[in-house]
Design a protein around this ligand. Structure first.
Ligand code: NDP
Length: 476
């Protein structure tokens, strides 16, 4: 008997994906650079299903039914290229290489084009949900050629998370589309986490609540419109007490957030596309600020002056923070979805944004009830320019507005950094503005660089002769 699918790269993610396929009744071919991991998997989990382990790449390939489906789950970057170089010569036209690691979408585009020339299907598939998701049902975002989905999709849909029986897996679009969407998913995850962290900080510093009390507040929020995996685990983390010291866990952890890079990639891609993903950018920068130990030490040594949190608030802080969190979250998602739409247009991917919201409802880190509303918004209006003008989100944000402003103002007045809340609000006000000071910037650009400007009252490009006495306007 041959295997329906193979997995090469059997560290924690690959091992769990392989087990997931096997638990769904598929025969799974196994391979890893070093045979130890393959052997271990079969010894520990062999009873879970049918596995065909191979020591060599050639035996592994030979153990697969055609068209061959080879999932690569190795370290992103050079290792992925090394594995592709090893397997491509062993495969035949119509076979599929599926990169399920966290590849950069431009690498995926490059690899897809190179393998297409050899008649191979290369599928860059975003997989979210961490090791638990890989085992019990991740959210899967496969890109690559549409026809490969016919032979591959059903297997991926089998192992994906389900919502009301519907799989969290859909063909996203050609070449790098799947990895792009996975990248933006991670960027949104960064923003979500930063906003939650700011909410916690305000409840603690302005509200004077202890972490255990804040855990209860989050548990309450989790029952409402903010209900999501990230809110749920935040409550768990805040409840945690350090066994050694008896202190809240959050107080014994070094306050320097690390990152593996997908948030940064999202912002870099957004800069290239010209999409203002300020919520994601602020969250990446906030992590970088937290991790800048030298700069923070210099600031501490200089005792940069500022207000001490007053622990007072005119209003219902808890309710206001919930509103500010929800509104800021809407902005971050609106920006992320705008980025997906911009890339889809740029690369001709034809991504259905509503379908992305749909497959993020379970399995992945940003899973939330909230995504249902995003799906509905795009189902109603696929060409929606921004989620902020959809009825549901417009209502939510206008309802939250007063509270959002009070919270951002309190943070600023009491000297508590809340870049996520503040920048989301600034973005919202920027969109609302009838006139922006961008007109002045155009004037400055024309002054020093003769970059020209457009007028509100007539067509054409104009330049003012700033260096002359009468500063006459001319057609440019
Ligand atoms: P690692 O990223 O730690 O990679 C280890 C695996 O890569 C091992 O199987 C290792 O083989 C193999 N490998 C490394 N270098 C090479 C090489 N040059 N040639 C062949 N094989 C090589 O494993 P993870 O399971 O943590 O992650 C796998 C992928 O999944 C990564 O791309 C990662 O970014 C992504 N990931 C995704 C997560 C998610 O939530 N979606 C979570 C975690 C990771 P060997 O045993 O021989 O050393």
């Amino acid at each position: 008997e041959k295997a329906q699918i193979g997995v090469t790269g059997l560290a924690v993610m690959g091992r769990n994906l392989a087990r997931n396929f096997a638990r769904h009744g598929h025969t799974v071919a196994l391979h890893n650079r070093s045979y130890g991991r393959t052997k271990e998997l079969v010894e520990e989990f062999g009873h879970e299903g049918k596995f065909i382990p191979s020591e060599s790449a050639a035996d592994f390939v030979a153990s697969l039914e055609r068209p061959r489906r080879v999932v690569i789950m190795v370290k992103a970057g050079g290792p992925t290229d090394a594995v592709i170089d090893e397997f491509a010569p062993l495969l035949e036209p119509g076979d599929m290489l599926i990169d399920a690691g966290n590849a950069h979408y431009l690498d995926t585009r490059r690899r897809e084009a190179a393998l297409k020339a050899k008649g191979l299907h290369f599928v860059g598939a975003g997989v979210s949900g961490g090791e638990e998701g890989a085992l019990h049902g991740p959210s899967i975002m496969p890109g690559g050629p549409k026809e490969s989905y016919d032979a591959l999709g059903p297997l991926l849909e089998d192992i994906a998370a389900k919502v009301d029986g519907e799989p969290c897996c859909v063909h996203v679009g050609p070449d790098g589309a799947g990895h792009f969407v996975k990248m933006v998913h991670n960027g949104i995850e960064y923003a979500d986490m930063q906003l939650i962290a700011e909410a916690y900080d305000l409840l603690r510093q302005v509200g004077g609540h202890e972490p255990a009390e804040i855990a209860e507040i989050f548990q309450g929020w989790n029952e409402g419109r903010l209900g999501s995996y990230l809110i749920e685990i935040t409550a768990e983390v805040l409840k945690q007490v350090d066994a050694e010291t008896g202190k809240p866990f959050v107080d014994i952890v070094v306050d320097q957030a690390e990152q593996k890079g997908t948030g940064r990639w999202t912002v870099q891609a957004a800069l290239d596309l010209g999409v203002p993903v300020s919520g994601i950018a602020e969250s990446v920068f906030a992590r970088a600020l937290s991790g800048g130990a030298d700069v923070r030490k210099a600031a501490a040594d200089a005792a940069l002056p500022g207000p001490v949190p007053a622990k007072n608030y005119a209003g219902d802080l808890q309710a206001d923070v919930e509103q500010a969190l929800f509104a800021s979250k809407i902005v971050a998602y609106a920006q992320g979805f705008q980025q997906i739409q911009a890339a889809s247009k740029e690369y001709g991917w034809d991504i259905d944004p509503g379908a992305m919201a749909k497959i993020w409802r379970a399995g992945c880190i940003i899973r939330a009830k909230f995504l249902d509303f995003i799906k509905q918004a795009y189902d109603k209006r696929p060409e929606l320019a921004t989620l902020l003008v959809d009825d549901y989100f417009l209502d939510a944000v206008s309802g939250a507005q007063d509270a959002w402003r009070r919270v951002a103002a309190a943070a600023a007045q009491q000297g508590i950094p809340a870049p996520g809340f503040a920048s989301a609000l600034a973005y919202y006000d920027g969109l609302r503005a009838k006139r922006l000071p961008a007109a002045l910037i155009q004037g400055q650009r024309d002054f020093f660089g003769a970059h020209t400007y457009h007028r509100v009252d007539k067509d054409g490009s104009f330049h003012t002769l700033w260096a002359t006495d009468d500063r006459k306007e001319v057609d440019a």
